[in-house]
Design a protein around this ligand. Structure first.
Ligand code: 13P
Ligand code: SF4
Length: 319
């Protein structure tokens, strides 16, 4: 405890003296989320993190999340130093969408507008017409569909399927998935819902269709958090990474949160819905960034400029 406090205090001091801002995702360790807020940084969904990093005057951003979040911050602010507690913190969607194979998929379908999820590498983004996050994907695809555009979507097949269903857009889907959300199970969720008939079911759209079909609210991490205060329900079944419960409990301390069932459920791990890459972020890693400048995101400037265009299109649309 003593050691943790000392480390924490060191970080607070260094963030200030180095004019650095800590930008964290809702899935990272609760201590890091609190630290980000207490030091004037941000905790948010991936779109909010991108915006915050771009708009904050700090010369150094420490991005506690996964690699694509650090890369997006660097693409949006090439003049800033972007550091990550662990550069190996990846994402199964990013890993499952190699740039060369994705480029070949695009080349084979030149009549389609390429829309990629933010959970991708800078190279994949550079090949896209639009980048979207889960909080804005539905609106952007609706807009493109209304303009008569056919879409090539990547990489998350569940989010793609959900949007296709909602919009009736013509969408060709890359077949990627998130290793956390892909594990949520519809049949078991239905049983849990029966046991808690008054509970509201909150689902991130990276989950399979059988799970999304049982949701009261489908949305990004921020949208799911907003729902716990906006809804009159007292109990929520939550189908996303359980790191989100920290903010949900803070927002609605009197309410009850139940983890949605996953395939990997066991006696020791009730939900097992924890992203192993998000879990690579900790106080020691943040301190190493500040002390040694470790974990720097380095991007080829030309690649960064190319990847910037479809991200900027999303930000302009969202504005
Ligand atoms: P959000 O944009 O909802 O924060 O999602 C990012 C993510 O990686 C979800 O698994
Ligand atoms: Fe990627 Fe899934 Fe982890 Fe989000 S939870 S970072 S989509 S692997």
């Amino acid at each position: 405890q003593q050691q943790t406090e000392t480390l924490r205090e060191r970080i607070v001091h260094r963030l200030k003296s180095q004019q650095a801002a800590l930008v964290a995702h809702y899935y990272v360790d609760a201590q890091l989320q609190d630290l980000a807020l207490e030091t004037g940084g941000c905790v948010g969904d991936s779109l909010e993190m991108a915006r915050f990093g771009r708009d904050h005057p700090a010369s150094t951003l420490i991005v506690a999340g996964v690699r694509f979040m650090g890369e997006t911050a660097k693409i949006l602010s090439p003049e800033k130093r972007v550091l990550m507690p662990d550069l190996d913190a990846n994402c199964s969607l990013d890993l499952g969408c190699p740039p060369d194979a994705f480029a070949a998929f695009c080349d084979a379908n030149p009549d389609r507008t390429v829309v990629v999820y933010a959970n991708t590498s800078a190279q994949v983004k550079a090949r896209a017409d639009w980048v979207v996050t889960s909080s804005i994907a539905l609106e952007i695809v609706t807009y493109l569909h209304q303009r008569g555009e056919k879409i090539l979507w990547g990489p998350d097949r569940h989010l793609g399927h959900y949007i296709q269903q909602q919009t009736s857009a013509d969408m060709l889907l890359w077949q990627g998935s998130c290793l956390v959300h892909n594990e949520f199970k519809g049949d078991e969720l239905l049983e849990l819902k029966k046991a808690h008939p008054d509970a509201s079911v909150l689902v991130h759209p990276e989950s399979p269709a059988s799970v999304v079909a049982l949701a009261d609210i489908v949305g990004s991490t921020s949208k799911l958090i907003a729902a716990v205060t906006e809804s009159t329900a007292g109990t929520f079944i939550v189908a996303t990474d359980q790191g989100i419960l920290h903010e949900m409990q803070k927002q609605a301390p009197g309410k009850t949160f139940i983890a949605a069932p996953t395939a990997g459920e066991s006696a020791t791990c009730k939900s097992c819905a924890f992203c192993p890459w998000m879990a690579m972020n900790g106080l020691a890693g943040v301190n190493a960034c500040l002390e040694h400048g470790s974990g720097e995101i380095v991007l080829d400037p030309a690649l960064g400029r190319q990847a910037h265009k479809p991200i900027q299109r999303m930000l302009d649309f969202a504005a």
